[in-house]
Design a protein around this ligand. Structure first.
Ligand code: GDP
Length: 364
């Protein structure tokens, strides 16, 4: 599955947000009781209204959302790359994540200490990014040293790695994150394997006070500007509101949101933003027993998509029967779509589209 690491300075609202995320009804969907793998790791259902619609049409007994993993990574402070706070252990946690949700304090509250003694989310973002850049530089130096012998032996992969590491080092020494390196298509895989922290996509989470949850405030506006300039994304959320909502059932939550003048829970927006940031898509399997959502990267072929369900589906893939989401819904289900000629047989080269309803045929 895909993993988002929640980072940020102390006292910005990370734990509040993480607890809300993992306590909501969606996170605790009956079929996948929320299980704590470690105290700071939570598996969350990805909210998707399309899934409910499909289940209603097909009369599915169970609805199973697709999942996304969140990891609450505490302990990042100025100096973490030098081993302060939880230091290196913390940085290793980030390395394993596909993306970073960076929580920024955009709320004023004299009762809650700010580690830097002022509220400035743009400056805070830089404090964290600096630590990540320093950590990348350090790991690059180590790796370059380890590669010396292999390079002398003429190892092609080692030569490629050295070239990429040196490109990253040049950018980092210039004070920029490694994502600023322009990487060719043929280097893309090796580049990703380097797992540099500052190449991970960032979703800035602006934690604002309750009454700014809808529109944001002047601080979150600054973050929005910064995110746009970096090619990252941002969401505005009130962790306190999300915490309250997480303790309500679906109906109460809807009423509460209405009273606050909000259209949907911030967590839903956050999960979806993470999904978009990672270029993820959803396809569905729909039947009388269950309607289920599955996560794939955009551009995934039909056999690879089948492999998300089970490796055997990919290995023995024969073909897929697909119905587009809109066809399924407007025509009113599989049978009707089939009769209208909207069910297509697709081979190995088919690139799955977001929202496709898929049925796989395979050899065992
Ligand atoms: P962490 O250290 O980043 O995990 O921060 P916590 O989630 O533990 O939050 C630190 C403190 O800030 C707690 O007392 C929270 O209740 C409080 N807090 C979190 N979000 C908000 C907010 O939006 N407004 C206010 N006033 N306080 C908040």
């Amino acid at each position: 599955g895909f993993k988002m690491g929640i980072v940020g300075l102390p006292n910005v609202g990370k734990s509040t947000l993480f607890n809300a995320l993992t306590k909501t009804a969606a996170a605790q969907a009956a079929n996948f009781p929320f299980c704590t793998i470690e105290p700071n790791v939570g598996d969350v259902g990805v909210p998707d209204a399309r899934l409910d619609k499909l289940a209603a049409i097909a009369g599915s007994k169970q609805i199973i959302p697709t999942r996304m993993t969140f990891v609450d990574i505490a302990g990042l402070v100025k100096g973490a790359s030098k081993g302060e706070g939880l230091g290196n252990q913390f940085l290793a946690n980030i390395r394993e994540c596909d993306a970073i949700a960076h929580v920024l304090r955009c709320f004023e509250d004299d009762d809650i200490t700010h580690v830097e003694g002022r509220v400035d989310p743009v400056e805070d973002a830089q404090v964290i990014e600096t630590e990540l850049m320093l950590s990348d530089l350090e790991s690059i130096e180590k790796r370059l040293q380890n590669l010396v012998r292999k390079v002398k032996g003429g190892d092609k992969d080692a030569l490629q790695q050295v070239r990429l590491l040196e490109a990253a080092r040049a950018v980092l020494e210039d004070g920029k994150p490694a994502r600023a390196v322009a990487v060719d298509a043929e280097d893309a895989k090796a580049w990703k394997m380097l797992q540099l922290l500052t190449t991970k996509p960032v979703l800035y989470v602006c934690n604002v006070e309750e009454d700014s949850a809808g529109s944001g405030n002047s601080q979150s506006a600054r973050v929005a500007e910064m995110a746009a300039a970096e090619g990252n994304s941002h969401v505005v959320i009130s962790a306190r509101i999300e915490e309250e909502i997480s303790q309500l059932d679906a109906e109460e939550a809807e009423m509460f949101l209405g009273e606050m003048g909000l259209e949907e829970a911030g967590l839903d927006r956050l999960i979806r933003a993470g999904y978009e940031l990672l270029h993820l898509q959803t396809y569905f399997t729909v039947g009388p027993k269950e309607a289920r959502a599955w996560t794939i990267k955009a551009g995934t072929s039909a056999p690879q998509a089948a492999g998300v369900i089970h490796g055997d589906f990919e290995r023995g893939f024969i073909r897929a029967e697909t119905i587009g989401y809109n066809d399924f819904v407007t025509l009113g289900g599989e049978q009707a779509a089939k009769e209208a000629g909207k069910m297509k047989a697709e081979g190995k080269a088919y690139i799955v589209k977001d929202g496709d309803i898929m049925h796989f045929l395979f050899n065992t």
